[in-house]
Each structure stands twice: as structure tokens, then as C-alpha cells.
Design a protein around this ligand. Structure first.
Ligand SMILES: Nc1ncnc2c1ncn2[C@@H]1O[C@H](COP(=O)(O)OP(=O)(O)OP(=O)(O)O)[C@@H](O)[C@H]1O
Ligand SMILES: [Mg+2]
Length: 253
């Protein structure tokens, strides 16, 4: 076994993420009269216009299309655009909040909701999902909306790294020594040792059309939610992301 390994915990986050606080600057910028926050809000606002057009066009297509297969694809477009719409609305309204709300939430419920959000991509690639959840449903103090974004970014990357038809995505939860660990494991292309040191840096990407902001945003969100992330990967074999939340934030039911 020749796996590559990288670890990111809370104290290291500032130093390994030079732009830092991406999520917070997006959500709080307006209120602080930060020009980049204003730009984000303006952009979020403008995104809603073409989104409305997409929705209208989908409605028209649904009423005229007879083929069930075509309707499935139109439904995927509709679900994806309503997800974008919800995210953009959150972005526009969260600037008005002093603190982003956190709550005591079930990790298993969080994972299931993220799986539901990504189910279209999973189905399109015919990826097999397996869940190995601990018998105790771990609960952590988290901002659920943020955490959904963080886990979605990791799962979308896993989906993109896996082949069609033979992709296998595994979600594991464990409580170890009063810590709670979520493992997200794929059997995709893997990450080289050299790239592994860069994946959390903003704008690092080796995908055509990628932006390279998914994992740096994820890192910011995990830091804000007192989590740590470790990554193990082997070229041609797959990648595992381990998310650990410390005991002070855990309460088991
Ligand atoms: N599960 C994975 N398997 C293989 N490579 C991965 C995996 N997760 C991340 N990577 C690598 O890390 C890079 C950075 O990921 P990140 O999500 O930050 O950006 P991206 O996916 O390229 O673009 P986007 O901003 O659209 O998410 C990816 O380009 C990819 O090379
Ligand atoms: Mg990504």
C-alpha cells in the first residue's frame, strides 16, 4: 500500500488557506460594507434572473414533452436550478444576520440529506452507494446549511473522480474516544502526493472547467464548525476524506 496522506486541523487552517474566510466573506460582506461582499450579493441577485428563465423554459418543455426519458432530464434541471435558487437566496439574506445559526444536529440525517441533494449526479453515473453508520447516531453542534455545502463539495468531487457504472461511494460514521468521525470513501482516480498538498488551496484545480474553490470553502466551513479533515489517497485506487469533530461538540443520543 502506497497511500498519500494529508491532515488539516483547526489551528493549521489559517496558514494553509491564504485567502481565508471565503464562506464568511460571502455571507457577511454586505453588512460589513465590504466591496467584495457587495459584489457577491449583486452577482447572487443577477444569477436569479437567468435561473428564472431556465425554470420557465423547463415548465414549457414539461408541458410539451411526451417522452418520459426526456422528462427525467428536465426534472434534473429543475431540481438543480431550484437548489441554486435556494443557495443564492441564502447568500442574499444571510448578510442580514449577526450570527449564522448553529444547532445540535444528527450526523446521519445530515449525510442522508446531502446524499439526496446529490442523487441526480449519483444516478447519472450509476454509482453504488453503501452506508456503514455507527449504531449510535452521533450529534454535533453545527451550522447545518454550511455543513451541507462542505459535505456536498466532498461528495461531488468523489462522484467526479469515479468512473461511470463501476463507481463505489461509501459513507462511514464512527464514534472513537469521544470523537465523531465521518469517512467519505471513493474508488476513483486518486490524488498524487504532490497534488494532495494543494487540494485545499483556493483555485487549485486539475479539472477542465473546475474553479478550485470547493475544498477551500469546505475547509473554511469545517474550521467554523470545529472540525478537522484528513485525506488519504492512492492513485488508481481511490480517496478517503476523514472528518473529525472533537468531544466537546459531541453529544450522543
Ligand atoms: N475525491 C477526489 N478524487 C480525486 N481528486 C480529487 C478528489 N477530491 C478533490 N480532488 C482534487 O482536488 C482538486 C480541488 O478540488 P476542489 O473541489 O477544490 O476544486 P474543483 O473540484 O477542481 O473545482 P470546483 O471549484 O468546481 O469544486 C480537484 O481538481 C481534484 O484534482
Ligand atoms: Mg470540487
Amino acid at each position: 500500500m502506497n497511500a498519500n496522506f494529508i491532515s488539516r486541523n483547526t489551528p493549521k487552517l489559517r496558514s494553509c488557506n491564504p485567502t481565508g474566510h471565503i464562506f464568511h466573506s460571502l455571507t457577511r460582506g454586505m453588512k460589513e460594507e465590504n466591496p467584495s461582499g457587495f459584489f457577491t450579493s449583486a452577482l447572487a441577485h443577477e444569477v436569479r434572473n437567468p435561473l428564472s428563465n431556465i425554470n420557465l423554459a423547463c415548465e414549457m418543455l414539461t408541458s410539451t414533452l411526451l417522452d418520459n426519458d426526456q422528462k427525467i432530464y428536465v426534472d434534473i434541471i429543475k431540481r438543480a436550478s431550484s437548489r441554486i435558487n435556494r443557495l443564492v437566496t441564502e447568500l442574499l439574506t444571510s448578510g442580514a444576520q449577526d450570527e449564522l445559526p448553529s444547532d445540535n444536529q444528527s450526523i446521519h440525517q445530515l449525510l442522508d440529506e446531502v446524499l439526496a441533494m446529490t442523487s441526480d449526479r449519483i444516478r447519472l453515473k450509476n454509482i453504488t452507494i453503501s452506508k456503514d453508520y455507527s449504531t449510535i447516531d452521533c450529534r454535533i453542534w453545527m451550522n447545518k446549511q454550511q455543513m451541507k455545502i462542505a459535505l456536498t463539495n466532498i461528495i461531488i468531487n468523489a462522484i467526479e473522480a469515479m468512473p461511470e457504472e463501476s463507481g463505489k461511494l461509501k459513507l462511514i460514521t464512527r464514534s472513537i474516544n469521544s470523537q465523531s468521525v465521518i469517512t467519505i470513501e471513493d474508488n476513483g482516480m486518486g490524488i498524487s502526493k504532490e497534488n494532495l498538498t494543494n487540494i485545499f488551496k483556493p483555485f487549485f484545480t486539475n479539472k477542465q472547467g473546475g474553479i478550485g474553490l470547493g475544498l477551500s470553502t469546505t475547509l473554511d466551513i469545517l474550521r467554523a464548525n470545529h472540525g478537522r479533515v484528513d485525506v488519504k489517497s492512492e492513485i488508481g485506487q481511490g480517496t478517503s476524506f476523514f472528518l473529525t469533530f472533537d468531544r466537546l461538540k459531541i453529544c450522543n443520543t
